[in-house]
Design a protein around this ligand. Sequence first.
Ligand code: PEP
Length: 250
Amino acid sequence: MTVRRYLIAGNWKMHCRRSDGAALAADLAARVGPVADRRFDLLVCPPATIIGAIAQTVAGQAVAVGGQDCHAQAQGAHTGDIAAEMLADVGAGWVIVGHSERRTNHAETSALIKAKAAAALRAGLTAIICVGETEAERDAGHAEAVVAAQLAGSIPEGATAANTVVAYEPVWAIGTGRTPTLADIAAMHGMIRARLSGLVADPDAVRILYGGSVKPSNAAEILGLLDVDGALVGGASLKADDFWAIAQAC
Ligand code: PEP
């Protein structure tokens, strides 16, 4: 049986200036301790403006740093965009692509997300590829079909467990305090695991995160589910105590 190490990833979204971000990252780094003692990897994804500062804050410590988005191209006339190579240049090792706020607010398609994930791999970053259905899609009984289509459309050539993580984030659960039932989370993660076999060479080793209103009070039951290999955490990642409590639930 493949043993997958948990990944607890914090998506800071458009929060934190340099000073409070550095304080949060330093607090986490002080708690995390030696790598050998941990059951999980800890990752923070600050806004692009402070990725370099946060990477310097946690340099040499067991907190990884990632971006929240990247452009598909390595450089060029793309005002306001940031290349995966630029994230790597300032110390990021990871990048989230296809978050529902990007899919919705910036009309990002799975084809574009696939190109962004390919860019992440090209730059040596690990891509966290987000998928998830809307409430209307779930109510209509289409949740699994929507997620399966997003997955098939968003995973690039060359994706492996070493460079790719999938995050299942039902859109209606993000920032709402609502979560699917444990049975629904387990069913979706099982479906994603099964579908990965046609998309990556080592599907059993790929980490599949759950995201959407994860907090200290529900982390243990969610992280205890088969095929849930960690969490992508928004709001609760902005408080060191809460984020750490979630990690302790691994
Ligand atoms: C997210 O934005 O990825 C997320 C899961 O947010 P929250 O934890 O606040 O629901």
